[in-house]
Design a protein around this ligand. Structure first.
Ligand SMILES: [Zn+2]
Ligand SMILES: [Zn+2]
Length: 184
């Protein structure tokens, strides 16, 4: 089933809310979502000078682990991710491609010195996974700040947006731009 989404929790990270994440990502994307654990040697992507992990290289590793017949794979980790031009990233995906990776490290309230809040963490994780999947479906950033496809530089931006695609983004999903070009 090519529409299937695999949420791959990396190594020993398997939060108690993984089933809630599965259900809510399924509701937002209207696709069948499966959860599994995936063992990856994260040390290969570790940048010691930054104490972070290279998101692009980890993303490439996700693609190598994409099961035959799987549509999209989203690796979910608690380690901090970066790309060389940015201090950190909440996640990364290929535009129109089947792979994505999301880090929940900076989605924790206690990362910012606030009391731990599991339901807020889940809300944020849903939004980031649905956002990166949106890129995988071919969506770019949306100017509607309440749309899940609006860009998030800080965790406050994540909190502002809903976990759903706005009507304009839903319309793009239903009628991908590719099908709008080269027509006569
Ligand atoms: Zn984005
Ligand atoms: Zn939108």
């Amino acid at each position: 089933m090519t529409d299937e989404i695999l949420l791959a929790f990396l190594n020993d990270f398997r939060p108690s809310w993984s089933e809630d994440l599965r259900r809510r990502v399924g509701a937002a994307t209207d696709r069948f979502v499966r959860v599994d654990s995936l063992r990856v040697d994260l040390q290969r992507f570790h940048a010691p000078e930054r104490e972070q992990y290279h998101a692009t290289l980890l993303l490439a590793e996700m693609l190598r682990h994409r099961p035959a017949g799987a549509g999209h794979i989203v690796g979910i980790t608690e380690v901090d991710l970066f790309i060389p031009v940015l201090t950190f990233v909440f996640g990364q995906a290929q535009l129109g491609g089947p792979g994505a990776v999301v880090s929940v490290m900076r989605l924790h309230a206690d990362y910012y010195g606030l009391p731990a809040n599991e339901s807020l963490l889940l809300d944020r994780a849903v939004k980031e996974v649905v956002h990166e999947l949106g890129h995988g479906f071919g969506l770019v950033h949306c100017p509607d700040y309440s749309c899940v496809m609006s860009s998030s530089t800080y965790v406050e931006d994540v909190d502002l947006k809903a976990e759903r695609y706005c009507p304009d983004c839903l319309d793009l999903l239903a009628n991908p731009p590719e099908s709008r070009v080269n027509v006569v």
